[in-house]
Design a protein around this ligand. Structure first.
Ligand code: FES
Length: 152
């Protein structure tokens, strides 16, 4: 397939780097917007790793996606400073309002919800990021706006 052919190019470009697994996964996600599951065996092959090893690393890092993202990506900080500022309740509310679970994309393709672990905005907790733009002191009202906006 085209995906496999392109993936092999990326893998070959990066495989001689030191500690090549993460750069390769990163390169694949840059290229496709996610890491297509069928490329993982190619990675394992090229690096002489087992599929289980590659899969383990892939699932360990929260930044890699196994599905294409929605039109919008909302990342909500789940790290400590944000949690202590009501981030937990807010995160639960986001799941409700967006109708989507963590790491998932809504059925209409509008939005993907992802956890992130510290955006460096602890002073403005709880923090989030919508399509690459940081949001400080996220509150319920803003969440409601976001839930509407992503569906426009
Ligand atoms: Fe959320 Fe640092 S803990 S921005």
């Amino acid at each position: 397939t085209d995906i496999a052919a392109r993936a092999i190019e990326i893998i070959n470009q990066l495989k001689s780097a030191e500690g090549p697994l993460l750069p390769i996964l990163h390169g694949l996600q840059e290229e496709f917007g996610y890491v297509p599951p069928e490329t993982l065996p190619l990675v394992a092959n090229a690096l002489n790793l087992s599929r289980a090893e590659v899969h383990g690393v892939f699932t360990f890092y929260h930044d890699y996606r196994s599905h294409p993202a929605g039109r919008h990506v909302l990342k909500i900080c789940r790290a400590e400073a944000c949690q202590s500022m009501g981030g937990d309740a807010l995160a639960a509310r986001a799941v409700e309002l967006l109708g989507v679970n963590w790491h998932e994309t809504s059925a209409d393709g509008a939005v993907t919800l992802e956890p992130i672990y510290c955006l460096g905005l602890c002073a403005c907790a709880p923090a989030a990021m919508l399509d690459g733009e940081v949001i400080g002191r996220l509150d319920e009202e803003q969440l409601q706006e976001i839930a509407m906006e992503v569906r426009l």
